[in-house]
Design a protein around this ligand. Sequence first.
Ligand code: DQA
Length: 142
Amino acid sequence: MKILVINGPNLNMLGIREPAHYGRETYPDLVKKIQKHCTAKGIEVTFFQSNHEGALVDEIQKAYGVMDGIVINPGAYTHTSVAILDAVKAVSIPTVEVHISKVEEREDFRQISYVRLACVKTITGHGTDGYLEAVDFLVEGK
Ligand code: DQA
């Protein structure tokens, strides 16, 4: 099984940005944690992070016919990007939306998620463990 983990804007700043919302783990820490989890389960995992909407769309398109599942945290593009929604719809690869923070308890503008419309599951507020839960959902369906 091949899984692509995509992180959007400012997630490369994990560990520095707003620790009250996002914790102290860095982006390299996150990658290491997911890699370890996937290796233990025999899953092939690929990582991609970008601050640019089009680059995220390109990476989702590249996954077509290659990846079996996508874990995506589109960061702020969650709340604005029809292009990312359309890309996930286009490839029709099972996709899980992850947010480190509990977005539903935050500002009004974070209450809209476009990508969610194309996702099989959404996980919020579980910190970086949410990514591991997303992988497990894609593999085990729960
Ligand atoms: C986030 C929540 C978004 O609202 C925010 O813009 C992010 C991170 C999260 O992981 O909680 O960049 O997706």
